[in-house]
Design a protein around this ligand. Structure first.
Ligand code: PEP
Ligand code: MG
Length: 859
């Protein structure tokens, strides 16, 4: 079908390129005559049913050369490369030698024979390797090579050539590698390919002739700036690879420009680009040809862009009233924002990959390898950036993590200690890097290719891709400029689900506030004891065997906790702060090193053998299913009493000179109603005591973490005693699958590769299983108590797909690590806008698919 203003063309039947060309035709832009083949027609071609080729050729000026370009619904899905100069043959060679010059005609013919040979006749590209000139002899050699290898004369007939080109492009789209590639980029399995056949305008000949690309913005920064290249006497995208031979577009001190060489053509291009921006409502890159000074527009594609540029472009289009703020919000993929929040390896940089692991905390950093927390601190003292390399991390390593620029562990998964802490701190982190061999005792890691890395060697951790790189590739800095802030403000105006942050320390809380979180959804109080000075007190408490011994340690802990909570309340300025009572998987707190055991022996004034004996006694076979969470609260209730008192006293303190605080207290790892009753009655009693001691009233909300399958199943009993239910999807995933959070990393990639799990369920929430428990728990909880607040606070909380799920299920808010908050805000806004636009299931599904980070889609 010819691409005319009135032709019945649509993106989902003929592809984006065909539709875009039609829009350009409607704008009266100088587009060469073009014909669009629909997805159905191309599908038929792949199956050997050809359209009326003579009819197609007949639509073009007799003797014109043609080009064929792919036109899929989404340009991101890739497709076969364009084939230029279809119709080139001996006769055209003679004709064009007279009009364009002999060299140009010979070059065109040589190039076409090679392209046809490789893509259509499927010849080995090597056979053309030795031919590089543009002279007649080279052309003869190329034709001879074709004929020898293909065992036929090079086809001279344009219809035969066009048939071959169309068939090869249609079949390439159906090939396995093309399918896999586009599936990884979010294309549905039945994605179609359209083709556009276009009359070629020669960029060779008399007067100013050439070709190039032109756009009005800078691809990396998004700033308004005319960019692109132009090359005289060229065609296709040759200008881009032409180096010093190419001209700048706008007048430029560095060299000759198109504006100097052909001011009229430059002005026309500028006007065309501005019109396209206004009418197509997008920053477009124009592929153009100048023939004897006159501009022709061959194609327009969306300007490729970095995350930084995507935000700036969307905001500027909205500020110029070309699109609405809502559209601007819809135009930035939420996961892209992580690039603005963390340093990234420059996409242009060379990557020397040593190995891979689970990308547990995004961003990239370069440093010298250290194998212990102490070395990390020493390195930080010398101001030498370091990467902490451990088998796995424990609270003893947290100080070392603070002193490092990145963390790499051999073991662990998305919710293991290093991953959770790394994400909270915004520290790039790779866990479960089983493709490397760790020999931390010998102070070395061995890469998959045998390279040995020792302490002091420089590596780069790319926590966004999960790649461990040798050396220090160049980096891009994070950027949260005005455009970012405006986009986020527009997003917040649309959002209809709350976004809180998981924050354990004043620094986390400050980050959460800076990113406009609407409160803290999870403060893991045991994380407040990672500081070595406090870790020892925590251990003393765990080790205390008598009630009086414990009481004295708790007395020391009380002021520490009160200060912690006061700080958090002050930073959050009256916003809700949900404090989870102690949930220490005890094994994480037991001293594993001789040093740690010695310190504890000194603190407790007992022999080290007594410490090791007690460590042995307390060791559990399954600590994650052992004495943790509310089980500790029920068996050693004084601990929760102390925490409740600290929370209430801090509430009074922080409300005195700031916004009134209504603390939220959350009970972890509940599986039975009675656990909640026991804890609730003691906390209520502490509240009454503090009120009467201080002579001051305050409110608080008590809630339950639903993170065991039984708590979800019995949510109706539990809700009766709770003001809110917060689903802890880390433990809920662990217990639903019976899959260890800390050990799953070892086989997760094999499981995902073999399709046992579609994704790592600790990374992307399993909506079928874990999600069903969430829905069930939510509906049972709501049935028992209609106004109960529902939320999710596991690591999935910041994942756009989980947010979609929670929004659909009517949750009140999601809580995620502070650095994830902007991503969550944007994703939630897009869901709300999508819903307002009609909530078509298919567009929601497509949006969710687009949101998936590429690396995972390829896994
Ligand atoms: C959870 O289990 O989902 C959760 C948030 O708690 P934690 O990760 O601290 O066990
Ligand atoms: Mg948990």
């Amino acid at each position: 079908m010819p691409i005319t203003a009135k032709a019945n063309l649509a993106t989902d039947s003929h592809g984006g390129r065909a539709k875009c060309l039609q829009r350009l035709v409607r704008l009266d832009l100088p587009v060469p005559h073009s014909v669009a083949l629909s997805f159905d027609a191309v599908h038929a071609i792949a199956n050997g049913v050809m359209p009326d080729i003579a009819g197609i050729v007949g639509q073009f000026t007799s003797g014109a050369l043609l080009c064929v370009r792919p036109s899929s619904a989404d340009p991101d899905w890739g497709g076969p490369g364009a084939v230029l100069n279809v119709g080139m043959n001996d006769a055209q060679h003679v004709r064009l030698s007279n009009t364009l010059g002999h060299d140009a005609a010979t070059a065109l013919y040589s190039r076409f024979v090679q392209a046809y040979g490789i893509h259509v006749a499927r010849l080995d590209p090597d056979i053309f390797d030795d031919f590089s000139g543009t002279d007649e002899d080279t052309l003869r050699d190329i034709l001879a090579a074709y004929e020898a290898e293909a065992d036929e004369r090079f086809p001279q007939d344009i219809e035969t050539q066009l048939t071959g080109v169309l068939r090869s492009m249609a079949r390439a789209w159906d090939g396995t590698s093309a399918r896999l590639l586009r599936a990884a980029r979010g294309a549905p399995p039945d994605a179609g390919l359209g083709l556009v056949v276009q009359q070629m305008i020669s960029g060779f000949g008399q007067g100013e002739c050439g070709s190039g690309v032109f756009q009005l913005v800078n691809t990396s920064t998004g700033a308004a700036q005319i960019t692109g290249r132009y090359l005289s006497q060229s065609q296709g995208r040759e200008a881009l690879g032409a180096g010093a031979g190419a001209l700048y577009l706008e007048r430029d001190e560095r060299g000759r420009s198109l504006e100097d060489a052909a001011p009229g053509a430059f002005a026309a291009l500028k006007a065309h680009a501005a019109l396209m921006r206004q009418k197509l409502r997008e920053e477009m890159q124009i592929e153009f040809v100048i023939a004897d000074g006159k501009v022709h527009i061959l194609d327009g594609v969306r300007v490729p862009r970095s995350a930084h540029a995507a935000v700036r472009i969307a905001v500027r289009l909205a500020s110029d009233d070309i699109i609405t703020p809502q559209e601007a919000v819809m135009r930035v993929e939420p996961n892209m924002l992580t690039e603005l929040l963390h340093r990234q390896v420059d996409p242009e940089a060379e990557r020397d990959v040593l190995g891979t692991g689970i990308a547990a905390s995004p961003g990239a950093a370069t440093g010298r390898i250290v194998f212990s927390a102490i070395e990390a601190q020493a390195s930080a003292a010398r101001r030498e950036p370091c990467v902490l390399v451990r088998r796995e991390t424990s609270p003893e390593d947290v100080r070392g993590m603070h002193a490092s620029v990145a963390v790499l562990t051999e073991r662990g998964g998305m919710t293991s200690h290093a991953a959770v802490i790394g994400r909270g701190m915004g520290l790039p982190c790779i866990v479960g890097a089983s493709s490397l061999r760790f020999d931390t005792r010998a102070g070395q890691i061995i890469a998959a290719d045998g390279r040995v890395l020792k302490a002091g060697d420089i590596i780069t951790i790319d926590g966004s891709s999960g790649e461990i790189l040798a050396g220090s590739p160049s980096m891009l800095e994070p950027a949260q400029d005005d455009a970012f802030q405006r986009l986020m403000a527009w997003a917040d105006a649309e959002r209809d689900i709350g976004i809180r942050a998981n924050a354990d320390t004043p620094e986390d809380a400050q980050t959460a506030r800076n990113f406009n979180a609407q409160g803290i959804g999870l403060c893991r109080t045991e994380h407040m004891f990672f500081d070595p000075a406090r870790l020892i007190v925590m251990r003393e408490m765990i080790f205390a065997e008598t009630s009086s011994g414990r009481a004295s340690v708790l007395e020391r802990l009380l002021p520490m906790q009160r200060d912690d909570f006061t700080q958090l309340f002050r930073i959050m300025e009256g916003q809700p702060v949900c404090i989870r009572l102690f949930d220490p998987p005890l094994h994480e707190f037991l001293p594993t090193t001789r040093d740690g055991q010695l310190q504890l022996a000194e603190a407790l004034d007992i022999p080290i053998s007594a410490v090791t004996r007690r460590v042995d006694q307390m060791r559990e076979h399954n600590p994650m299913l052992g004495l943790r969470g509310v089980r500790l609260g029920v068996t050693v209730p004084e601990i929760y009493d102390m925490q409740a008192r600290a929370i209430f006293e801090a509430t009074i303190e922080a409300s005195r000179d700031g916004a009134p605080v209504v603390p939220e207290i959350m009970i972890p790892l509940v599986s039975a109603k009675r656990e909640v009753e026991l804890v609730k009655s003691r906390i209520d009693a502490v509240a009454t005591a503090v009120r009467s001691e201080r002579g001051q009233d305050f409110d608080y909300r008590l809630g339950v973490m639903v993170e065991t399958p039984r708590a979800a199943l019995r949510a109706q009993d539990i809700a009766a005693h709770a003001a809110f239910l917060s689903f802890g999807t880390n433990d809920l995933t662990q217990m639903t699958y019976g899959l260890s959070r800390d050990d799953a990393g070892r086989f997760m990639s094999a499981y995902v590769q073999q399709g046992v799990f579609p994704e790592d369920p600790f990374h992307v929430m399993d909506q079928d299983g874990v999600g069903e428990l969430l829905k069930l728990g939510a509906s049972r909880g709501r049935a028992a108590k209609p106004g109960i607040t529902l939320s999710i606070c596991g690591e999935h909380g910041g994942n756009p797909e989980s947010i979609a799920f929670c929004r659909e299920a009517g949750f009140d808010y999601v809580s995620c690590s502070p650095f994830r908050v902007p991503v969550a805000r944007l994703a939630a806004a897009q869901l709300a806008i999508n819903h307002k636009m009609g909530d078509q299931k298919s567009s929601l599904a497509q949006m969710l698919l687009k949101w998936r980070p590429r690396a995972r889609r390829q896994a």
